[in-house]
Design a protein. Structure first.
Length: 233
């Protein structure tokens, strides 16, 4: 942690101490130091960005957006600021704005895995599943070992009733981490919808053993749904 005589501190010093405070969850202290940083240097885009993180830490999303707006005004290619603003817009259900922010983040950094991934989440929320799949494709091109991206793409495929593709992705997620609990129940449901009843039941049982409480109710309904077109998600 940085310690400096306050009479000789510049904006970078205050910013660095603010980052230390962020790291320890001392958000109000962090804000105090970022205030000092931008008071000394109102063109320090990084200090505005960092203060936005502190505002988020104390659940002030609109204040965070104000700081991100300023950071982007000072640094129009600040892709991390666009990404962060996209996350906040998503959190406050301004999904169209979130998409635009992720678009900008990707424009300035086309290898930004998190931006593709989170834009995929928003597209799923908006039921734009084809767009979501394209986002997850791009994310997985950048990081082909991310189990959650495979799971998320599988969800999008399943919503389009493309169960075979969903199963491929779910198996890939499990291959990466066999203790990743989320894919097993969805895998069972997708297999069920393709008439693979024995495999489906096995995977739902695995989900239950791994602690997926929702799998227990699903397993109890399994036999009663055998003559019905699809298990409920």
């Amino acid at each position: 942690m940085m310690t400096t005589n306050s009479t000789s501190m510049n904006d970078k010093d205050y910013n660095n101490i603010g980052v230390d405070k962020l790291d320890t969850g001392e958000y109000y202290e962090a804000i105090t130091h970022f205030n000092k940083a931008v008071e000394i240097n109102p063109y320090n885009s990084g200090a505005y960005f960092n203060r936005s993180l502190a505002w988020q830490g104390i659940n002030h999303p609109l204040r965070a957006i104000e700081d991100l707006d300023k950071a982007i005004e000072l640094n129009p290619s600040y892709y991390k600021a666009f990404y962060q603003r996209g996350n906040i817009n998503c959190d406050i259900s301004k999904y169209d704005l979130a998409i635009l922010d992720y678009d900008k983040a990707i424009f300035f950094n086309d290898q930004y895995f998190e931006a593709y991934n989170n834009r995929g989440h928003v597209n799923c929320t908006l039921e734009n599943y084809i767009n979501a799949i394209e986002d997850y494709n791009n994310a997985l091109d950048i990081n082909p070992f991310d189990k959650e991206a495979y799971f998320n793409r599988a969800y999008a495929y399943s919503e389009l009733r493309n169960y075979s593709k969903a199963i491929e992705d779910l198996k890939k997620a499990i291959e990466i981490d066999k203790n990743f609990v989320l894919p097993y129940r969805m895998l069972g449901i997708c297999q069920y919808n393709l008439g693979l009843f024995d495999e489906a039941k096995l995977n739902i049982e695995i989900a239950l053993r791994l602690g997926d409480e929702d799998a227990e109710e699903l397993l109890s309904l399994f036999d009663s749904y055998k003559d019905i077109d699809g298990l409920p998600f």
